[in-house]
Design a protein around this ligand. Structure first.
Ligand code: G
Ligand code: G
Ligand code: MN
Ligand code: NA
Length: 250
């Protein structure tokens, strides 16, 4: 079967799951959020990476059903855990430009009685593929709901400085590629430090992604970075593995 056909089945057969990755405060180590990352285990193909199947889902339009499922399940999990920090969910531009996008988000919150400020939508910047005016309208609607917005993959080339001003953002996530040379290469350090200063100047909290070593975490602490997400501070894990971390969980 083609990947597309298998993915269609996955949504109905419950072979999709979500792993959750901690976001932690650099100064205190406290949990400040979780990011929902979809996972698919196919009976024949094994674990298929979202890097592989999200583009297929986007090309076929399946991303709408898939994205709604992830949103709903992440809200359900956040409510079950009684999280007091936001649950971050990735949203594809294909979802964002749909006329019912704000309704879908509102419905997921209502269904699970989740407070809007405990949901954070991560958007990346490929908005150009749709009508940018419409995307902006929907983001304004999301903001009115009280849901938070995060600009994902910042500095990856998928995002532009202009969006820092144009979008109703509550957070910026620095792309993990920016971090690779940060402890060895002074230029790399300067770039990250300058982006952190820029965000600070705009009063935008930052999450730096892809922290894999103690040295990187130390470097970020020195720069006054607020919070991080990466393998060093916590891998994406299945819900059962996170019971100790989420506090209220059973
Ligand atoms: O977790 P991982 O590194 O395998 O994710 C790979 C890519 O898939 C990342 O770019 C991530 O943002 C994306 N991704 C993971 N889960 C979702 C999701 O639920 N929706 C969308 N649109 N993208 C996701
Ligand atoms: O595009 P987005 O930022 O939503 O995707 C996050 C991706 O980064 C996920 O696929 C997740 O598994 C991955 N990830 C999280 N922490 C690390 C890390 O420390 N190193 C690397 N290489 N990838 C990471
Ligand atoms: Mn993300
Ligand atoms: Na990212």
């Amino acid at each position: 079967l083609r990947l597309e056909t298998r993915l269609r089945l996955a949504i109905s057969e419950e072979t999709l799951g979500i792993h959750y990755q901690p976001q932690v405060d650099v100064a205190t180590g406290a949990l400040v959020g979780l990011e929902a990352l979809v996972r698919w285990t196919d009976t024949d193909l094994g674990v298929v990476s979202p890097a592989e199947f999200i583009p297929v889902a986007e090309d076929t339009g399946m991303i709408v059903a898939l994205g709604s499922w992830v949103l709903d399940e992440a809200c359900r999990q956040a409510a079950e855990w009684q999280l007091d920090v936001p649950m971050a969910v990735n949203v594809s531009p294909h979802q964002l430009i749909r006329a019912d996008f704000v309704d879908v988000v509102r419905a997921a919150l209502r269904r699970h009685a989740l407070a809007p400020h405990l949901l954070k939508l991560e958007i990346t910047e490929r908005l150009s593929l749709g009508d940018p005016g419409r995307a902006a309208q929907h983001l304004a609607g999301i903001e009115r709901l009280g849901v938070r917005l995060s600009l994902d993959d910042f500095g990856s080339g998928q995002s532009a400085l202009a969006s820092l001003m144009a979008l109703p953002l509550h957070e910026v996530k620095l792309d993990r590629t920016l971090l690779v040379g940060v402890t060895a290469d002074p230029q790399s350090w300067q770039v990250v430090a300058a982006l952190l200063a820029l965000a600070r100047g705009l009063n935008l909290p930052v999450v730096v992604e892809g922290v894999e070593t103690a040295a990187q975490l130390d470097a970020l602490r020195t720069m006054g970075c607020g919070s991080v997400q990466g393998y060093f501070t916590g891998r994406p894990q299945r819900p059962s593995e996170l019971r100790g971390i989420v506090g209220h969980a059973a």
